[in-house]
Design a protein around this ligand. Structure first.
Ligand SMILES: [Mg+2]
Length: 197
């Protein structure tokens, strides 16, 4: 039977948003994130990172640096709560129009979010049931992507629970608005329990 998954955006969901992180030691987890991922691990849910990383295409740093950042991310998750990501997908490609300059990575790619390529690739490779899966991101365009691929989309926003400023939510309707990953995971686990009843 195909597995359920939770897809996780990286910057602003797992680690503190800091633009293009040029030094590995500048990657820091958001508080309680490791515990939230551990909770998903304990529920037996496949945890999958899906991240746009255009640094290589912009010639800011090589792919090996993105890999080093992900190694630190995985290490911090493990150290802080024994948590793990089951798979990590990222898109180093960027079209010329969007600012790609390094020829090796300058291309239009179906993997670049909000295209659904990484979700589809992960589903094929890991036998995932996208219709039973969730995407958690701090970007409304990722919520659109989730809906385009048949997933539920959870938006993480520090503004959650506060009055929404006109137009802030775009036309996207997230299935749930959470203030952080911890809140998102609480909601997801409730949805899964409901589904199993
Ligand atoms: Mg983000």
């Amino acid at each position: 039977m195909a597995k359920r998954a939770v897809f996780l955006d990286r910057d602003g969901v797992l680690n503190v948003e800091a633009g293009y992180i040029r030094r590995v030691e500048d990657l820091h987890l958001i508080p309680k994130v490791a515990q939230a991922v551990r909770k998903l691990n304990n529920l037996g849910i496949f945890c999958c990172l899906v991240s746009n990383q255009s640094g290589p295409a912009r010639d800011y740093y090589p792919v090996s640096h993105v890999e080093a950042l992900h190694q630190r991310l995985s290490q911090l998750l493990f150290e802080q709560a024994g948590a793990k990501l089951d798979a990590l997908y990222y898109c180093p490609y960027l079209s010329p129009a969007a600012g790609g300059v390094n020829p090796e990575f300058t291309a239009w790619s179906s993997w670049r979010k909000p295209n659904t390529g990484m979700l589809v690739a992960a589903a094929w490779a890991n036998d995932l049931d996208l219709k039973q899966s969730f995407m958690v991101s701090d970007k409304v365009t990722d919520v659109d992507m989730a809906h385009n691929a048949g997933l539920k989309g959870v938006l993480v926003s520090k503004n959650a629970g506060k009055p929404v400023i006109g137009g802030y939510l775009h036309r996207t309707k997230p299935d749930y608005l959470a203030k952080d990953l911890n809140e998102a995971v609480t909601w997801i686990s409730k949805q899964i329990k409901k589904n199993l009843e």
